[in-house]
Design a protein around this ligand. Structure first.
Ligand code: ARG
Length: 601
């Protein structure tokens, strides 16, 4: 039997000894000590520490109520939650991260962090790099299965969402020192290949020499072959035979298959390259040879039964079973996914396997995750690892609130979308006279960074499970919660630093941050909360949490800059360092969101 791990320290990074954990974790440790002293009979109490919403503190500990529920009725010195709260505060160990404590309502313990401690933590980050703020996660290796388009079929907007969301999740985990296997689970093994191959043989007898060039537009080719498949019974018969030959390993058919795959692959790569996305293809076909053994194992466990000629796994509470061998003896999407999961757990030793697809596939994932639990591959308790997660997302809608399509009611081609975003940005920059100010290369690069970044951010800022409306006008607006606005905010900070004429690297070593005014302090505190926000975004697999943080950061900065003059004041050094820290954190957010920052606009 497999031992399930509960918690495991993340792999050691070069910065590991500098990384003291998030503010929340550090406070939780202190409160844990206090709770042991306050309620010695309950040694397993988990500290409940959260950010304060009110203005009585920065963080609060919410344990008093539940502690009272435990000691009430027993012999106790406490009269109620408030007195427990008082004791928790009193028993807190001495620490330089606590300025003061107060008790509110039914025993909430509010903590105020010292300005100096906040300032010192930010300075430490500036000296040693943003890596010291990486959250520590309970896994060391994960698979993120994302993008995953289907060969010869359109790579549509849904795949764009999967690509963008999956890449961000992978980046956030990588930043947290998790080794991420970025997997492109392309659909390269369906029955459609029979018809595609036969059609290629017919249309391009010389395919072996001219295959890729001759086919050209694979989508059109797909359509034409489908037409023939539906209309011509002799062709249909041949196509079905072709599937058998292909799956049986016939050399000529394998070669034809890989010719077709190669065309799609080149198309996909254009999109990945533009978006700066790296991922490794392990398509459905890769797992095919492993399927029989995996199913045999499940069969031996008594999990697979016969149903109407098919072989299935019965899932309690579901109307239909999970089909793993079709009645014609062929394998399907589920047999491949079960096998891929087996491979990822046993061969790749992944502890967390994350799948990014549209919400329409929810049932499929629920079903085979449950099957894996039945088989004992995964623990039933979802707090334990190894674990699987389905990261689902909603539809992309057009202006008419219907599924996003182009005028010809065709699916939108991704490359065209990206082109348009860039073209519009470039036009805007040219209008603002940048073509005269910058080199042609700069203009290209900046238009690209802003345009592609805007497309990504417009997607990521929404809670992924909801549908969102695709609108160039909205996403390219330089006001409101858009990447364009954020790029401006970042570029402005860079220009403040540049205009000071100071060497910021030197200031990092010689200067000190002093958080005098309230706007300086709240900016500082927000900066410090970066680590726990990334942690939350990772654990909940919600990139919008990070977007919200980034947007709020720019708002904090705006308030700071409105109140605090930077250049030419006695506080200049401190404030420049605060500007630099904001820019560093903003850039790290951009990086995690897959957005290339620009330093001038
Ligand atoms: N190719 C599938 C599609 O386009 C997505 C595959 C997702 N990954 C997986 N392991 N099922 O819908």
């Amino acid at each position: 039997t497999r031992r399930f791990l509960t918690i495991k320290s993340a792999s050691v990074s070069p910065m590991a000894e500098d990384n003291e954990g998030t503010v929340k974790q550090q406070l939780s440790k202190l409160f844990e000590t206090s709770l042991r002293m306050t309620i010695p009979d309950e040694p397993d109490l988990e500290p409940l520490v959260v950010k304060c919403t009110g203005k009585f503190g920065d963080y609060q500990c919410n344990n008093a109520m539940s502690c009272w529920a435990k000691v009430k009725g027993k012999k106790t010195e406490f009269k109620g939650p408030p007195s427990i709260g008082q004791a928790i505060a009193k028993n807190l160990p001495e620490s330089e991260m606590i300025e003061s404590c107060s008790i509110a309502g039914p025993g909430f313990v509010n903590v105020v962090l010292p300005n100096q401690w906040i300032a010192k933590s930010i300075q430490k980050m500036l000296e040693r790099g943003i890596g010291i703020w990486a959250p520590k996660l309970p896994v060391s290796r994960a698979v993120v299965d994302f993008s995953s388009p289907n060969i010869a079929k359109e790579m549509h907007v849904g795949h764009l969402r999967s690509t963008i969301i999956g890449d961000t999740i992978a980046r956030m985990l990588e930043y947290s020192n998790v080794e991420v296997l970025r997997r492109n689970h392309v659909g390269d093994w369906g029955t459609q290949f029979g018809m595609l191959i036969e059609y290629m043989f017919e249309k391009f007898p010389d395919w072996e020499n001219a295959g890729e060039q001759a086919i050209g537009d694979l989508q059109a080719f797909y359509k034409a072959s489908k037409l023939k498949f539906d209309a011509d019974p002799v062709f249909k018969e041949k196509a079905q035979q072709a599937v058998v030959l292909l799956q049986g390993g016939n050399e000529k058919y394998r070669k034809a298959w890989s010719t077709i795959c190669e065309i799609s692959r080149k198309e996909f790569h254009q999109v990945y390259e533009r978006l700066g996305i790296s991922l490794e293809e392990k398509g459905e076909s890769f797992y095919n040879p492993y399927i029989p053994k995996v199913l045999e194992g499940l069969s031996n466990q008594g999990l697979i039964v016969e149903s109407e000629g098919a072989r299935v796994i019965v899932i309690e509470g579901k109307q239909i079973p999970l089909i793993v061998v079709k009645s014609d003896g062929g394998y399907n999407y589920a047999s491949t996914d079960l096998t891929a999961l087996w491979y990822r757990l046993n061969e790749e030793k992944a502890e967390w396997i994350v799948y990014v697809t549209d919400v329409g596939q929810k049932l499929h994932f629920e079903m085979f995750f449950t099957a894996a639990k039945l088989a004992g591959w995964l623990p039933a308790d979802e707090k334990l690892y190894p674990k699987t997660s389905h990261v689902d997302f909603g539809l992309v809608l057009g202006d008419d609130k219907k599924r996003f399509r182009t005028r010809s009611s065709e699916v939108v081609r991704l490359v065209d979308l990206l082109d348009e975003a860039k073209t519009r940005c470039k036009a805007e920059l040219v209008e603002r006279g940048k073509a005269l100010e910058w080199t042609a290369e700069e203009l290209e690069q900046i238009a690209e960074a802003i345009g592609y970044g805007a497309v990504k951010y417009a997607d990521l800022k929404n809670n992924r499970s909801t549908n969102y409306t695709f609108s160039f006008d909205q996403m390219l607006n330089d006001k409101g919660n858009t990447a364009v606005y954020l790029q401006y905010a970042h570029a402005r900070i860079c220009s403040i630093i540049r205009k000071s004429g100071k060497d910021i690297e030197e200031l990092k070593n010689t200067g000190t941050i002093v958080l005098g005014l309230p706007e300086e302090r709240s900016l500082g505190l927000h900066l410090l909360q970066f680590a726990e926000v990334v942690e939350e975004a990772c654990l909940s697999l919600l990139p919008n949490v990070l977007c919200e943080y980034l947007y709020n950061l720019s708002e904090h900065f705006t308030r700071f800059y409105a109140e605090c003059k930077v250049n030419g004041t006695p506080e200049e050094t401190s404030r420049l360092l605060l500007c630099e820290a904001t820019a560093v954190v903003m850039r790290q957010c951009f990086h995690l969101l897959g957005i290339v920052p620009v330093y001038k606009i």
